[in-house]
Design a protein around this ligand. Structure first.
Ligand SMILES: Cc1ncc(COP(=O)(O)O)c(C=O)c1O
Length: 416
């Protein structure tokens, strides 16, 4: 889990056994590059912690939805956590098994619900009473039964950025415990609904174990109560959310996390479902970008690079920190730089106050962007989306082309 993607040998950087220079020469910049080995090792390390207990790892597609990555995980037994019909289509295109899919999200459309029912997904993580009825009606219409779990909002503070905190009572996600009980009672009466499990996801980039502990305990109490009402729960979905080290954070190891989960769940007869995203893929990806201009003024120095907030939104959106390394040779003096993109927003920065040496045409690597990097990118400022490449030992595979200008306007039309 702590393997670093960039290797340095005699002043030259590589990923697995491919020099970065080869990658930039072949694919240009900006570009997202991932290590297959790190993705797979992370997934297998996580999975191995739960050997001996009935479990399923459902990779959170939103963290990185490229079908090559989904396919890699599917081939190794992973299920998927999806939040839209589009993500389900991606899982199918990646040859993932829909019977290992859990469907979360507060605003599931009728169309998406029907698509999921048609593909017999493992469960809907239901987030409101209205959604429960919509699933019942959709299943009836299709003459099928739908599996459901209720997403409980355990009102636990995950101590993370407010935008990625999802398990507090004023967040829009899930329902409180009392509401969950009444929804399970209703679900029991609905003839097109199978009650399968219980679910929570309290937030992302969580670096302490206590919030996980508190939320799982609350779910177990609820399971006991439901059992007393003759409502049987087969699986507990404990969500995703383990954080990674971007800077000085000290997130729990897989071992510590699994020990906590296993201790709390004990020998209950429950399948445990996990929905990790960031912790599996975050450290497996970098964004390569080239310095366009070095702009010095009396107050500030800027490295203006060819990647921007549309390619990597996390710094602008969450003031997130990503380490930035100059992988080229530079003999210029080290200075304090803001690393910024060409987008016309003051919020368009990739790093602030980075003490480094850099010159025009140098290649910078922005680290730990495998999760919520490419997946949150946009075409803002009419910037085509960048390519994605996977390194596998000494080979590079282009898994997404760089968009062209015609890709950008293909779906637009002039007025008659
Ligand atoms: C419902 C749900 N499950 C899983 C995840 C994955 O979280 P993470 O990438 O932090 O593991 C998210 C992301 O916030 C989510 O909303």
């Amino acid at each position: 889990m702590n393997e670093t993607i960039l290797k340095k040998n005699k002043g030259k950087y590589s990923i697995e056994n491919v020099p970065i220079n080869d990658i930039t020469e072949k694919f240009g910049t900006p570009s997202y590059v991932y290590s297959k080995k790190i993705i797979l090792n992370n997934y297998l390390d996580f999975k191995n912690q739960f050997e001996g207990i009935d479990h399923l790892i459902c990779f959170a597609v939103k963290s990185n939805p490229n079908i090559a990555i989904l396919n890699l995980l599917a081939k190794n037994g992973a299920g998927f956590d999806i939040v839209s019909g589009g993500e389900l289509q991606r899982v199918l295109a990646a040859k993932g098994d829909p019977k290992k899919v859990v469907f979360s999200g507060v605003g599931k459309s009728q169309e998406d619900i029907e698509l999921a029912i048609e593909h017999n997904i493992l469960t809907f993580n239901v987030e409101s009473e209205a959604e429960l009825y919509r699933i019942q009606n959709s299943a009836k219409k299709l003459n099928k039964k739908a599996n459901i779990s209720i997403r409980v909002n355990p009102d636990v503070d995950p101590k993370t950025h407010p935008y990625i905190s999802t398990g507090l009572k004023d967040n829009k996600f899930g329902v409180d415990e009392q509401k969950a009980i009444s929804m399970y009672k209703i679900a029991k009466t609905l003839d097109a609904i199978n009650i399968k499990g219980i679910d929570c996801h309290i937030g992302s980039q969580i670096t302490e174990l206590k919030p996980f502990e508190d939320s799982i305990k609350k779910l177990l109490e609820l399971i006991d109560h439901l059992e007393s009402l003759n409502i049987k729960i087969e699986h507990i979905d404990v969500g995703g959310g383990i954080g990674i080290q971007y800077s000085k954070e000290t997130p729990p190891s897989f071992y510590e996390y699994s020990k906590t989960v296993k201790n709390i769940i004990g020998n209950r007869n429950l399948k445990v479902i996990f929905e990790p995203g960031r912790v599996l893929i975050g450290k497996a990806g970098i964004l390569l970008t080239e310095v366009e201009y070095v702009k010095n003024s009396s107050d500030k120095n800027f490295l203006i690079v060819n990647a921007a907030m549309n390619d990597l939104m996390r710094p602008a959106l969450y003031q997130a920190f990503h380490e930035i390394i100059n992988i080229s040779q530079s003999n210029s003096d080290k200075k304090n730089y803001d690393v910024v993109g060409p987008v016309c927003e003051t919020g368009d920065f990739l790093g602030k106050d980075r003490f480094m040496s850099a010159e025009e045409k140098n290649i910078l690597a922005i680290l730990d962007v495998g999760a919520y990097g490419m997946s949150m990118s946009s075409n803002y400022n009419s910037r085509p989306k960048v390519p994605e490449i996977i390194v596998d030992d000494n080979k590079c595979h282009l898994i997404k082309n760089r968009e062209s200008f015609s890709d950008l306007i293909n779906s637009e039309k002039l007025l008659p």
